[in-house]
Design a binder for this molecule. Structure first.
Ligand code: HEM
Length: 182
């Protein structure tokens, strides 16, 4: 929510609100803005709508890229010696994966420090990247492989529903001149 609010001209917030409005058939009903707000407060975006909300998915990926809740994943143990990107990892090493740093790596992401969900929508440079895909190791908020997060679908669904309902139910703003950044 902080990234959506801080973004210049709130483009992502507006685009997401439009997508949600369309999915909830607000436009089709042809009701005015005041009435829409009342209807929106009574409506809830539910799980069934998520598959029809590609921009919401992009917003969630972009949020998890910049702010992975488990920023270093869980510590992993290397059973045998191996090599990763030219670095030797000795057997019995404890490996800590910096998912936070990987999400902000300028050599991997275009405008790595900017919140730009468009990168993940169809036609965007990172549209092929999936949170649980078999490759795509650049987006690691849920880890990957055998010890990857088994609660990924539940976690992502819950977080998506919270963001979707907050954006759909209210018109968001912050005080003039204020920022959500510290
Ligand atoms: C947005 C929500 C969540 C995020 C970002 C998240 C992230 C993670 C990460 C990064 C790991 C470590 C993966 C690794 O080191 O490779 C992990 C492990 C785990 N997560 Fe989640 N998780 C979320 C929600 C959940 C939920 C809802 C559950 C259970 C209902 C869950 C259960 C677990 C368990 C049991 C592990 C340990 C798996 C293992 O070591 O084999 N997580 N999670």
């Amino acid at each position: 929510m902080a990234e959506l609010l801080n973004q210049q001209e709130r483009k992502a917030m507006k685009r997401l609100a439009e997508e949600l409005g369309a999915a909830m058939s607000m436009e089709a009903r042809g009701i005015d803005e005041e009435e829409q707000l009342q209807v929106r407060l009574q409506q809830q975006v539910d799980e069934g709508q998520l598959a029809r909300l590609p921009y919401l998915e992009a917003v969630m990926k972009e949020s998890l890229r910049l702010h992975p809740p488990a920023s270093t994943l869980l510590p992993h143990f290397c059973k045998e010696e191996t090599e990763v990107a030219g670095y030797r990892v000795p057997a019995k090493s404890m490996v800590v994966v910096n998912a936070w740093g990987m999400g902000r790596d300028e050599s991997v992401w275009e405008n790595a420090h900017l919140f730009q969900p468009e990168r993940f929508v169809a036609g965007g440079p990172d549209s092929h990247i999936m949170l649980g895909g078999p490759s795509n190791y650049q987006l690691l908020a849920f880890g990957r492989g055998w010890r990857g997060c088994p609660g990924r679908n539940l976690g992502l669904t819950m977080a998506s529903l919270v963001v979707a309902n907050l954006v759909h139910s209210f018109n968001w703003d912050i005080d003039h001149g204020a920022s959500t950044r510290r």
